[in-house]
Design a binder for this molecule. Sequence first.
Ligand SMILES: [Fe+2]
Ligand SMILES: [Fe+2]
Length: 272
Amino acid sequence: MTTTVVHCSDIHFGRGFLPECAEAFVATVKTLAPDAVVIAGDLTLRARRHQFHAARRWLERLERPLLVIPGNHDVPLYNLALRLLAPFRNYRMAIGVSTTQTLELPDAAVFGINSVTPFRHQQGRISDADMQQSMEWLDRVTAPWKVVVTHQHFYDLPGHRRPGAFPNASVLLEKWASRGVHAVLHGHTHYPSLMDARRLFPGLPRPLLLIGSGTLSNRRVRGPGMRTNSFQCLVFGSEMLSVTCHRWHAPTACWVADTTETFDRAFFASGV
Ligand SMILES: [Fe+2]
Ligand SMILES: [Fe+2]
């Protein structure tokens, strides 16, 4: 038995949205038939009501269990009153819960955190209360694989700095690693990435994968190598976790499975 989770991000309904990518994604999700779809924020470009309603209609068509968190583009940028007084009002009206949420799947427990603060346009922030809640929940769940989801990222690739990385990344990751988290999923960078966090933060008590999803359907693809739209697909098995990056193939207007990396459970135990 395995548990499959599709992880995508930065859909960005609004200017620069690529409908062909989002449309083909609905069909690809039907084919992959994952146990759940995780969406790591930035559903819209400008947090407008009509953008959220379009996002809502698209989410419903995925017809899978969903875990959706907001991104920094899901709070108003220019309407300062709304931004400061009710930043998640439009999000909540169309999408639902904007705070922490969880997903318990047969082989994986997933904790999603709202890492957006209306006081900063880009920079990620995890409140003490949300961190505490995540740690207590992670202590309670018994699933063999544990996953956390945020919008912002934890490090910048050399030459590809994206504003917004958590300033206290090592502190956050140390807390989750100590709770047995195997992977942290994020978006925001608009390029796919996969790295053992110990390469960046050698003090972590055990291996922890940082898995970034690129932008699913926004024109602004970034990062090193092939600049294409992308998403990630995770398969949790009894002995291993595999992560496949799917890339947009414009000539055929199809999503295509690209690279797969596999990690066995011994890898995650190696630091304990
Ligand atoms: Fe984005
Ligand atoms: Fe973002």
